[in-house]
Ligand binder design. Structure first.
Ligand code: GDP
Length: 321
């Protein structure tokens, strides 16, 4: 547990996940030597006592809360109990222990699915809790909304400095390429690659192909997290509201699932057809983030979608499951 470098340092909860490992790379390449982590075997974040003991022993100054049970549309539909329970437990334990052990700053990572299903696009932070959620991932979204409110409540009652960022759909190295539980982009990379290799005439694409999605490379997400963590408190407070303190993180641009599938086919070199499967759910029709708050705080995405897909495809080829 920990890295044996003593009290202080930066703890990344979820350092083995796609986002946590990207945050670790970003911190290490910025010269940060004292990064703490613990594998889920050594520290079960759903266990409140274990989390409390870990933070008591290591006393980090900063915490990136990137640990979560995550998955695509089908995994959310199949395991709703785990998606709400594990996420509520993880964030409740880490946030409460961070307050108890004097963590100076914590960054909680959520998701753009916190916003109402049928809301004005692009979605501003203020539309939170103004309407019903998309049913396919409501349990996960409710947990993430609770995480934002946990941070705000501790800030209001105890004067802590706990911040929240809500990324759009993420992708990149370290993604989950399991076709049953993954998100759409890694699934399309895998299906398209396998179709090219086997000479298949078409690839299955779930749903109608019409839903619109926004995609952010995980290295951009990690850069945004480090940027937001390091903003001084006065700047952070000037750009957020104590009762609406979360920040959207995205590119501000989206495309249809059909166009995404065509872009992946182009990158992979697959010339066959797309076979849309209307028996699979479309999920929410659109969830484009308004990223003007974060732009006002001096950060914007820099990795283009084609470039990001090319790099992720390369990683997939070099890292067979
Ligand atoms: P969502 O953004 O929470 O809906 O999660 P996903 O990334 O799982 O799905 C995004 C959209 O892509 C949905 O409309 C899916 O039906 C569609 N989609 C198309 N093909 C696939 C696939 O092979 N896997 C997944 N997960 N989604 C797919």
């Amino acid at each position: 547990m920990g890295n044996g470098q003593g009290v202080g340092g930066i703890y990344i909860a979820g350092h083995r996940g796609m986002v946590g490992s990207a945050i670790r790379r970003a911190l290490e390449s910025a010269g940060e030597a004292n990064v703490l982590s613990a594998t889920s075997k050594d520290l079960d974040l759903r266990n409140a006592t274990a989390v409390d003991e870990f933070l008591a022993a290591n006393r980090p100054t900063q915490v990136y809360l990137a640990a979560a049970k995550v998955g695509g549309i089908q995994a959310n539909n199949a395991y709703p109990a785990e998606f709400i329970h594990d996420n509520l437990a993880i964030q409740d334990n880490v946030i409460h222990a961070a307050w108890r052990h004097g963590v100076q700053r914590l960054l909680f990572l959520g998701s753009s699915c916190i916003y109402p299903r049928d809301t004005k696009q692009p979605m501003r932070e203020e539309v939170l809790l103004t309407g019903p959620l998309e049913p396919t991932n409501e349990p996960y979204a409710i947990a993430k909304v609770a995480g934002i409110k946990l941070c705000e409540s501790y800030n209001r009652q105890y004067g802590t400095d706990f911040r929240s960022v809500m990324p759009t759909n993420l992708y990149g190295p370290g993604d989950n390429f399991d076709l049953e539980t993954s998100h759409v982009l890694p699934a399309l990379i895998r299906k398209t690659h396998e179709a090219r290799v086997t000479g298949a005439e078409s690839i299955p694409v779930w749903g109608s192909g019409r839903p619109m999605r926004e995609f952010l490379h995980v290295d951009d997400m990690a850069a945004a997290c480090v940027h937001v963590m390091n903003l001084d408190r006065a700047t952070w407070q000037a750009h957020t509201d104590p009762r609406c303190s979360h920040l959207n993180v995205g590119t501000g641009e989206d495309l249809s699932i059909g166009d995404l599938a065509r872009l992946v086919a182009d990158v992979v070199g697959f010339e066959g057809q797309l076979a849309f499967d209307p028996d699979r759910p479309d999920g929410t029709p659109r969830k484009l983030l308004d990223v003007s708050r974060l732009k006002g705080l001096g950060w914007q995405a820099s990795i283009g979608l084609r470039e990001g897909i090319e790099q992720t495809y390369q990683w997939y080829l070099e890292n067979p499951a």
